[in-house]
Design a protein around this ligand. Structure first.
Ligand SMILES: C[S@@+](CC[C@H](N)C(=O)[O-])C[C@H]1O[C@@H](n2cnc3c(N)ncnc32)[C@H](O)[C@@H]1O
Length: 649
């Protein structure tokens, strides 16, 4: 009934690496526990240890230790399904979790360990105005603490802004983000990625933090996104922000020959254009080429698709270019002999040697029709490349995406300014397509207005994929006098859910991707009290524990607690049936069957048993109540079990 004990998991991991350092000890309460013999571990690591006051390279701040503990501490919370806020609750594979993401990340540890391909987050940038949940400063006195901590929302989360004058401006923000990143890492697949948006306020801290949590060697890029111009700036108009991109394991990606590529801008339209031209003009390549050149030349100068015009010729394999360099890059390449196909004489060698390492490879490329020879052997052959056969482009590190465009698109969808600075869902869709496969899980645990969920739905619709999203957003109340409040939204989570509904309706028109989402709300455990050993129970209090489940909790609440505790996918399809008064949940066509209400049914069965024994001449104390209110035996003859007769109390 608690989230997993991550410290115990760490001990297991060390034990796997160094079995000899595992020992047994007693914890604070005198219970035996598995422990690590630190002296033995020290010997295993010999002189590769830094401790005490010795200098080292690291990011440190007051509170880091406590923040690390916060990441590992188990919690007694649960995820409660909210059908009425969900869309396609029973069948959707998408999740929307409402609550503090630190709790959410802990609750997801079993079900999504090593299963998430891409994490995208856009956390509070620490502007001094944005709100987030951060732990109490343990070094802070109670009075100061109380002065700060009145700001609790309806769900009981301690949301606070982090004013610059707080004296813990950077530390407070680091306290908040550090444990979350640590927990997030373990959810990633070995070939997964994490992308973090940030601006220059905390760029340096975030980069050092990610270096620590993800490993500096796993950094893939720091992308720059130009978003706006502010002419009122005094010194510089800093209009860009960043995305830090890290792999879970870059070495494994390199070993697995991973090469990230995306389609050239306008690729899909180019296919349509050529197909249409062939339909109208037949295989008259000169005519098709003429139309193709006119179309590409007519595109606006700043349109990315204009680059398609480099493929200036068109043939049976679509648009192609024949000016490719056949030189070995940098010089010193192989210098084998190649004969001209017509003259039969050796062709002129490229100055730095052939681009293809062996003659066999060269011949293979010629057979594939990707080398063009000159009229005779005096010119160096060239390489052909075909637009429709290219494996795409590697993504650049500088991007232009104006904040105003994202805002206008968002407001168009929502009918007003419900949320400040939403990310552009089309940019996120591009990123999701680049970094994940067609059936992968994408997680955003600072969901805001739900742009990442929208991006996944949109991408699934256009690419025909089945990516799934998991979003987490705390129930941050919207400001009282905001446009969102005027439109009846209570929290940012409400805005996000409505946005997803609208986005789903918009993409639904043309295709049928999963536009639903299952809403789960973080709450205290369903159990009415923490389990205690018998010797800690008082005899007189036993009846307080008759019901182990809190009142108001449903069968479905219990089902989700089981799914979470057992580490099952929280988006599995569920069917509910009533069998003899018992609510039976069939999860994933029989993978898990949970019957709720067995206790009540067993009670009814006992009642029936009493009735039967009554008819057979045996009574049961209390089974019949006289008008006086005192339970009396209603047997006419002598009770065979209790040796008493009718009317005996
Ligand atoms: C910068 S916004 C994300 C905007 C989002 N990318 C979009 O396009 O709409 C950060 C969000 O994180 C939320 N947040 C802050 N602290 C949180 C916490 N501890 N748990 C969950 N959400 C949190 C805030 O309410 C805010 O909506």
């Amino acid at each position: 009934m608690h989230s997993p004990d991550l410290i115990a998991a760490n001990v297991e991991r060390i034990a796997e690496l160094f079995p000899s350092v595992v020992t047994e000890s007693l914890d604070e309460s005198g219970n035996p526990v598995r422990a690590i013999d630190f002296d033995a571990l020290r010997q295993e690591l010999s002189d590769h240890i830094v401790d005490g006051l010795r200098e080292r390279y690291q990011l440190d701040w007051p509170g880091k230790r406590a923040a690390r503990l916060a990441a590992n501490a188990p919690i007694a919370k649960t995820l409660r399904p909210v059908r009425e806020e969900s869309v396609d609750f029973d069948t959707t594979k998408n999740l929307f979790i409402e609550g503090d993401n630190l709790d959410a990340l802990k609750l997801l540890q079993e079900s999504y360990l090593g299963k998430v391909k891409l994490i995208y987050i856009d956390p509070p940038y620490n502007t001094g105005k944005d709100e987030f949940v951060y732990p109490d400063d343990y070094s802070e006195g109670a009075v100061e603490h109380l002065a700060r901590s009145g700001e609790v929302n309806d769900a009981g989360e301690r949301l606070r802004s982090n004013p610059e004058a707080s004296g813990r401006f950077h530390s407070g923000w680091l306290d908040m983000i550090y444990p979350r990143l640590r927990l997030a890492r373990s959810l990633l697949t070995t070939d997964g990625y994490i992308v973090v948006s940030i601006d220059d306020q905390e760029l340096s801290a975030m980069e050092l933090l990610l270096d620590e949590v993800m490993g500096a060697s796993n950094k893939l890029a720091v992308l720059v996104w130009d978003r706006n111009r502010k002419n009122d700036a005094r010194f510089f108009s800093v209009g860009h922000e960043y995305m830090l991109v890290y792999a879970r394991d870059k070495a494994a990606l390199t070993e697995g020959q991973t090469r990230l590529r995306e389609p050239q801008p306008g690729f899909a339209e180019a296919r349509e254009f050529i197909a249409d031209a062939i339909e109208r003009l037949g295989e008259n390549w000169e005519a098709v080429q003429g139309e193709w050149r006119r179309w590409t030349a007519g595109l606006p100068k700043d349109d990315e698709r204009r680059k398609l015009g480099r493929f200036s010729k068109v043939g049976p394999r679509g648009p192609f270019r024949d000016d490719g360099n056949i030189n070995w890059p940098g010089g010193g390449g192989p210098r084998y002999e190649v004969l001209h196909p017509k003259t039969g004489k050796p062709v002129k060698l490229p100055t730095s040697g052939w681009r293809f390492p062996t003659k066999e490879r060269f011949d293979e490329v010629v057979r594939e029709g990707r080398v063009i020879f000159g009229a005779d052997e005096t010119t160096v052959p060239r390489v052909l490349s075909f637009l429709f056969e290219s494996d795409g482009l590697v993504m650049g590190s500088v991007h232009y995406s104006y904040a105003q465009t994202a805002t206008t698109d968002f407001e168009g969808l929502m009918g007003g300014k419900m949320f400040d600075n939403p990310k552009n869902w089309k940019d996120l869709a591009r990123l999701v397509e680049y970094l994940s496969g067609p059936a992968d899980i994408v997680l955003d645990f600072f969901a805001g207005s739900g742009s990442t969920g929208h991006a996944v739905m949109d991408l699934n619709a256009s690419a025909g994929s089945e990516r799934r999203f998991v979003l987490v957003q705390v129930a941050e109340p919207v400001p009282e006098k905001s446009v969102a409040a005027a439109h009846g939204y209570g929290t940012i989570a409400d805005i996000a859910r409505d946005r997803l509904r609208r986005a789903g309706a918009a993409v639904d028109a043309n295709s049928t991707p999963d536009t639903g989402f299952r809403v789960l709300r973080i709450d205290t455990t369903n159990m009415s009290s923490d389990p205690r050993p018998p010797d800690r129970e008082a005899q007189g209090e036993l009846d307080l524990h008759v019901d182990s489940v809190k009142t108001g909790r449903t069968g479905e609440d219990l089902l989700f607690q089981v799914l979470t505790d057992w580490g099952l996918d929280l988006a599995l399809p569920i069917e509910v049936e009533q069998i003899g008064g018992i609510e039976v949940f069939d999860v994933d066509a029989g993978s898990l069957v949970l019957a709720v209400g067995v206790g009540a049914e067993r009670e009814r069965e006992r009642e029936r048993e009493r009735e039967r024994s009554f008819r057979g001449g045996r009574c049961h104390r209390g089974s019949a109540t006289a008008a006086s209110g005192v339970p009396r035996c209603r047997l006419r003859r002598r009770c065979s079990a209790h040796q008493h007769g009718a009317g005996v109390p």
